[in-house]
Design a protein around this ligand. Structure first.
Ligand code: TYD
Length: 215
């Protein structure tokens, strides 16, 4: 595969979508083809699964095992229909959340364990991993304050107790230690431009050949 796959991770309110927009414009400015996408979702089937997961429409509690497999099903569709074809034609893919969200939320915060969730995602990933994953690390209080400031009705995940969000944060920290060659921690307390400067500084050494191709 010739393209470059980048994922953005972190708590709700950490600024992933702003960084995704900034990065996509930067790469497009270099003449590169960029596909921006997100999880859960990213395909019509994935968006339907996203709805099930976020809005609790059945009125029934979703079992942790079902939750992890629904996210994995959405991811399988996303990898097969969007991410892999884009990478094969040489595009850059910038994805707002990917498998590390399952590892942090289902593996860490829901307590299923990182290895179990990794195993559950093997079919979905089919060997497709991001070259680099940016973890936008925002302290819990700041992340919760940003979600409140947005004022939107909280979804099923945003309504979780503080301890859940702390476990998500701790799991991201564990993942960054476990995959140091792939996961780059960024200090998300900085301004959007400050975070983006750090992101570019980290991106250039790991994706230099692809960036040069676009010049
Ligand atoms: P979303 O509205 O995309 O949140 P955000 O704007 O913070 O990205 O909601 C996605 C929610 O789903 C978010 O709370 C994280 C959660 N999630 C998981 O629990 N596991 C996963 O694998 C993914 C992709 C998301």
């Amino acid at each position: 595969m010739r393209g470059v796959f980048i994922s953005l991770e972190g708590a709700e309110g950490c600024g992933k979508s702003t960084q995704s927009d900034l990065l996509a414009s930067y790469l497009r400015g270099k003449g590169l083809e960029v596909v921006t996408t997100r999880e859960p979702g990213g395909t019509p089937t994935g968006e339907m699964i996203r709805d099930i997961l976020q809005h609790h429409a059945s009125g029934e509690d979703i079992a942790p095992g079902a939750e992890v497999l629904l996210f994995a099903a959405s991811r399988a569709q996303h990898v097969a229909n969007v991410i892999r074809p884009a990478l094969e034609r040489g595009a850059w893919v910038v994805c707002d959340r990917f498998v590390d969200s399952s590892l942090a939320y289902q593996g860490g915060a829901r307590g299923l364990g990182i290895d179990t969730v990794l195993a559950a995602n093997e079919i979905a990933l089919a060997g497709v991993w991001p070259e680099v994953t940016f973890w936008l690390d925002l302290p819990l209080e700041a992340a919760l304050a940003r979600v409140v400031a947005r004022g939107a009705h909280p979804d099923r995940f945003e309504s979780e107790e503080t301890a859940f969000h702390q476990r998500v944060h701790d799991a991201y920290a564990d993942l960054a230690a476990r995959f140091p060659e792939r996961i780059v921690r960024l200090d998300a307390r900085k301004s959007p431009d400050g975070v983006f400067a750090d992101l570019l500084e980290a991106l250039e050494p790991c994706c230099e050949p692809g960036l040069e191709e676009g010049l």
